[in-house]
Design a protein around this ligand. Sequence first.
Ligand code: HEM
Length: 179
Amino acid sequence: MSAKSIVCLTGLLGVLAASSASAQQGRMAGPLPAEQQENIRRLAAAHARIVREVVLTDTGYEATTTAREEDLTRMLRSHVDYMKRRMASGARVRRWDPAFEEMFQHHRDLRVTVEDVEGGLKVVVAGTTPEAVAVARNHAAIVSGFVREGPEAVRRPHPAVLKPPVPEAPVGKDPSPAG
Ligand code: HEM
């Protein structure tokens, strides 16, 4: 193969990869599918029968979430499987909730592994930047709040953890003490 055709092929593969990523995002963007909304509603209603343990790690956290009832276990696994794929596609959820907006801004810096355990799943979330580590831990605390409090916590917005960047002072002017 000539050098020119290799360059063309590489370009074509790049275009195909980009268009399949945006196609995936397109497929997952928009409101949650009805069955996922129903899953969340039922998980929240059953929050007192869900058990969750979170351990913070150097890079984020490990969480084990389980239930004794088979249908809850199934809903938990389905929820996390769907959300993991949705997050990887770049499609968002809860755009009115600052903590979720922040997590989706950092989704490329979060590594999520999910493993089935008896009654539910163990999720390991690791951030590859200090910001992503902080965002991951905030998410762990929010999910724990969903499990602890149920529907009320699901309806409430949650604060983001990272401070917005401080705007630079205009060049040639002393910053005003009044801000
Ligand atoms: C009682 C309700 C809920 C329960 C029990 C629940 C449970 C979980 C669990 C176990 C995880 C895996 C991460 C971890 O263990 O820390 C997770 C991740 C996630 N959940 Fe939920 N969740 C609930 C409500 C919601 C709601 C209302 C939303 C947004 C519409 C949501 C969106 C997400 C997202 C975006 C992730 C991240 C997926 C990933 O890290 O790959 N969850 N949830």
